[in-house]
Design a protein around this ligand. Structure first.
Ligand code: TPP
Ligand code: MG
Length: 558
């Protein structure tokens, strides 16, 4: 097949990166893409419950495989996906969003079609969708080869989504020009360095490390996006630097490293001494570019002094008032691994596992659940954690070696985790996929359970049923009706959604939880556990803390 048609060529070229699924919802304008998905070897279609779910699933898949494909139809489909794709942009995931649109012939004839506003404007949605990407293109038979290379290069260089529009008629035209054959993602050099800038940056970083008396490293999830997690860990091992992780990056640091000190989250750090370690450090080596948002800094508290921070971003390095540009993060890490001298001494702080609490007959609560979950984890597990109360608890868990975590704390769109769990499960080639979600979040996207059943994935799902949007109570008083939820009988859902062979349970006591965890260990299929959590756990924060986070009060004069 030397001259495939456009849609087929695009999918074939993207599959060469190592992507083997395409998440989406079909539509008439996208049929060329949908049909091609059935023909391209090594690629299979995953029909999601809706486009938002498909975008979340693609996001989850990209976190494991490095890139993903999402396919939606013109207007109605692509607009539904935007929140999910924007989250992938915030979390630096190259999701290729392919959208089918009405043909150029229809447009030039001035015909009015469905999925439009009753006029003949056909370029209305493209800029909206493109805003969730870092690069976009409208492919034709003539420009397809060159434009696609540009799109792939830029999406991988920036590690962000790409928007690709293919009209229904261009999609079925033969590609003009010589097709390009590509290689797998892991073999692609995504950023390049100007040697003099790279050497100057690495020399400066090493000098700062050598001079530091009390350094701390912080690693962010960006290193995982560029496939550099192991290299970053190798650097930390060699350097013997105390290392912390921030909330939005949970899972990126191997927490079994002897130099791991815990969670850096401003005044809400865990253990609390991590806050002091970060504020008093004479060097905070930021590997990946910290994002100091409200949620990741305990509302901007205990921040490191900017002049003590050395930041290694994707392609630039900042050391105080010096900025080095065109410095690829993989090149910097390679040089650091080769040249760093090990520091003497051991980490000043140690994060401990959450203490086990509760007797068999006790009514279950969070203090019982998370320590048990932590002890039940094993190497190879990936926990997908939803935004909400559960994220606060999981961030305080000490992860055993080989356990990954995926969360969306920065973008924080509830409902993300359930479809993301599907994407992660389909992307993984070994190890378990776990989902920890609040009930309110789950209600947004729980129809994706049917898709999990249909494609035979085997996640272990914990739905924390407290009957309300609990985390919302920390920022307002208890009792608002708008935080109450419909009383869904969650543990019956897998059955209703056609999930065959799933172990399902509802647990309300410590003994019931222990028993179900034991049963899941002996059960080679998916599991779905509804965990009852008392709603009284959700209580407002003190007024001063709320005001620190939301800045509602007029500051006092003077
Ligand atoms: C798409 C979206 N809508 C609304 C919100 C606001 N929000 C943040 S957390 C939350 C409630 C989460 O409740 P639940 O999943 O039940 O978790 P809980 O804290 O009760 O355990 C809401 C509504 C959001 N982050 N994203
Ligand atoms: Mg809840």
């Amino acid at each position: 097949m030397s001259h495939p048609h456009v849609a087929e060529y695009v999918l074939r070229r993207l599959a060469e990166l190592g992507i083997d699924r395409i998440f989406g919802v079909p539509g008439d304008y996208a049929f060329s893409i949908d049909d091609a998905a059935e023909r391209v070897t090594g690629l299979s279609w995953v029909g999601c419950a809706n486009e938002l779910n498909a975008a979340y699933a693609a996001d989850g898949y990209a976190r494991i495989r490095g890139a993903a494909i999402l396919s939606t139809t013109y207007g109605v489909g692509e607009l539904s996906a935007i929140n999910g794709v924007m989250g992938s942009k915030a979390h630096r995931l190259p999701v290729f969003h392919l959208v089918g649109m009405p043909s150029e012939r229809i447009q030039r004839l001035g015909l009015v079609t469905h999925h439009n506003l009753g006029d003949t404007a056909y370029d209305r949605f493209m800029p909206i969708s493109a805003a969730a990407a870092c690069v976009s293109a409208r492919l034709t038979a003539d420009n397809c080869v060159e434009e696609l290379e540009r799109v792939i290069r830029e999406a991988l260089r920036q590690s962000m989504p790409a928007y690709v529009s293919i009209s229904e008629v261009e999609g079925i035209m033969p590609v003009l020009g010589a097709p390009v054959a590509g290689g797998p993602l892991a073999t692609i050099k995504r950023q390049r360095s100007v040697p003099a800038e790279r050497d100057a940056a690495v020399d400066t970083i090493l000098a700062r490390i050598a001079a530091a008396r009390q350094p701390v490293a912080i690693v962010t999830s960006l290193v995982a996006r560029y496939g550099l997690r192991q290299r970053a860990m190798e650097f930390l091992r060699r350097a013997n630097l105390p290392v912390a992780v921030m909330p939005n990056d949970k899972g990126v640091v191997d927490e079994s490293l002897p130099s791991f000190i815990g969670l850096s989250n401003g005044a809400q750090s865990s253990p609390p001494a991590v806050a002091e370690a970060v504020t008093t450090a004479d060097l905070v080596l930021d590997i990946g570019g910290m994002v100091l948002n409200d949620i990741s800094t305990g509302f901007w508290t205990a921040l490191p002094a900017p002049d003590r921070v050395v930041s290694i971003h994707d392609n630039w390095v900042r050391v105080g008032d010096k900025v080095f540009v065109n410095v690829a993060i993989d090149d910097v890490l390679d040089s650091l691994v080769a040249r760093v001298q090990a520091r003497a001494g051991s980490a000043p702080i140690r994060m401990e596992p959450l203490p086990l609490a509760g007797e068999a007959a006790d009514r279950l609560n969070s203090a019982h659940f998370y320590p048990r979950l932590q002890r039940w984890l094993r190497a190879g597990d990936t926990i997908v954690v939803e935004t909400g109360t559960c994220m606060l608890h999981v961030n305080r868990m000490l992860l055993p070696a080989g356990v990954g975590v995926e969360e969306q704390g920065l973008w924080g769109s509830i409902g993300w985790a359930t479809p993301a769990c599907l994407g992660v499960a389909l992307a993984k080639t070994s190890g378990r996929t776990l989902l920890v979600t609040g009930d309110g979040s789950h209600q947004l996207t729980l129809n994706e359970l049917a898709v999990m059943g249909r494609y035979g994935v085997k996640p272990v799902i914990f739905v924390l049923n407290n009957g309300l949007y609990g985390i919302e109570d920390v920022i307002s008083e208890r009792g608002h009706a708008y935080d109450d939820l419909a009383a869904v009988r969650y543990h019956l859902l897998p059955e209703a959604f056609g999930c065959q062979g799933w172990l399902t349970a509802k647990v309300g006591t410590v003994a019931e939880l222990d028993a179900v965890l034991h049963r899941i260990d002996g059960h080679d299929a998916a599991a779905y556990v509804e965990v009852l959590i008392p709603n009284e756990e959700s209580q407002p924060l003190p007024d001063a803390v709320i005001d620190a986070g939301y800045k509602l009060r007029t500051p006092s004069a003077g």
